[in-house]
Design a protein around this ligand. Structure first.
Ligand SMILES: Cc1ncc(COP(=O)(O)O)c(C=O)c1O
Length: 262
C-alpha cells in the first residue's frame, strides 16, 4: 500500500522497500545495516503471508553478510500466528524484536524492543555509547503489571495449547466462504485472516467503491467489529474467542458481504 510507505522516505536515513528475497540478493550487502520485516505475514500489505522458509533464508543472508535482522512482531507476537512468536516457526532468532499490542493482551499500552546480548552490549559503556532514546511512558508500572498478568494467563490457561483448535476451526469456517461469489482470495496465518471482497471471481471492485469498509460497517449490524485494509477484510479475533463466537464472527462477515455486494 504506497500510502504506508511514502513516509519512510523522509525519515532521514536511506531505506529501500523490497518485494522479496530475490530483490534483496541483487543489492550491495556492504551498504545494508539492517533488514526490517514482519515475519510470516505482512499486515498492512493486506494480510499477505511470506512463502514458507523465506524467513530462514533471510536469516542466512543476514548472517552471511553481517546484517542485522529486525523483526516487527507488533502484530504477530504473543500467539497471534499460533506460536508465541512468529520467528519460532522458522527456527530462527532475530537481532532485534519489536513488541507491543499482545504484550499486555491489548489492555494497556506498552511496547518493548528486545535485542540480542551482542547488540545490548554495543550500547554499554560511557556516554558516547549510550543509546539516548526514551518514551515518556517507558517502563510504565501499570503497563508492565498488565503484561505480567497477560503472561500469567498464557501460562495458567494454556492459551497457546487451546489456540490450535481455534486456528483449525477458523480454517474450516473460512473454507465455507470460498464459494461466495464476492469472495476472492482468503489468506490465513494462525489466528489471522485476510478475506478479499471482489466484484466477481475475476474482477476486483474499483478502489473508490470502498467495499471493504462498507462490508465491515454491515458486519457491525451482525455483532462484529472489525476493519479492512482496502478491500481485504481483517479477521483477528482475541485469543480468548470461543468456538461459538468464532462461528458468529465468520457468519457476520458472510452476511455483511452478501448484504453489501448484492
Ligand atoms: C506490524 C506493526 N508494527 C508497528 C505498529 C505500530 O506499533 P506502535 O504503535 O507500538 O508503534 C503496528 C500497529 O498497528 C503494527 O501492526
Amino acid at each position: 500500500v504506497p500510502l504506508f510507505k511514502s513516509h519512510a522516505r523522509s525519515y532521514g536515513y536511506p531505506n529501500q522497500c523490497l518485494r522479496d528475497l530475490n530483490e534483496l540478493q541483487q543489492i550491495q550487502a556492504n551498504d545494508v545495516a539492517a533488514v526490517i520485516i514482519e515475519p510470516l505475514i505482512q499486515g498492512v500489505a493486506r494480510m499477505r503471508p511470506w512463502p514458507s522458509g523465506m524467513l530462514r533464508q533471510l536469516r542466512q543472508w543476514c548472517d552471511a553478510n553481517g546484517v542485522f535482522l529486525i523483526l516487527d512482531e507488533v502484530m504477530t507476537g504473543f500467539g497471534r500466528t499460533g506460536s508465541m512468536f512468529a520467528f519460532e516457526q522458522e527456527g530462527i532468532v532475530p537481532d532485534f524484536l519489536c513488541l507491543a499490542k499482545g504484550l499486555t493482551g491489548g489492555y494497556l499500552p506498552l511496547a518493548a524492543t528486545i535485542t540480542t546480548q551482542r547488540v545490548f552490549d554495543g550500547f554499554l559503556g560511557d556516554a558516547e555509547r549510550t543509546f539516548y532514546y526514551g518514551h515518556s511512558y517507558t517502563g510504565s508500572a501499570l503497563g508492565c503489571a498488565a503484561a505480567l498478568g497477560s503472561l500469567k494467563v498464557f501460562r495458567e490457561e494454556q492459551t497457546l495449547h487451546h489456540l490450535q483448535g481455534k486456528i483449525q476451526l477458523m480454517s474450516e469456517l473460512l473454507a465455507e466462504l470460498v464459494d461466495h461469489p464476492h469472495v476472492g482470495d482468503i489468506r490465513q496465518c494462525g489466528f489471522i485472516a485476510g478475506i478479499d471482497v471482489v466484484q466477481s471471481k475475476s474482477q476486483a471492485y474499483p478502489k473508490d467503491f470502498l467495499m471493504g469498509a462498507k462490508v465491515c460497517m454491515a458486519a457491525r449490524e451482525h455483532g462484529l467489529l472489525t476493519r479492512p485494509v482496502l478491500d481485504t477484510l481483517v479477521l483477528m479475533p482475541p485469543l480468548s474467542t470461543t468456538a461459538a463466537e468464532l462461528r458468529q464472527m465468520v457468519a457476520a462477515l458472510h452476511s455483511g458481504i452478501t448484504q453489501t455486494c448484492a
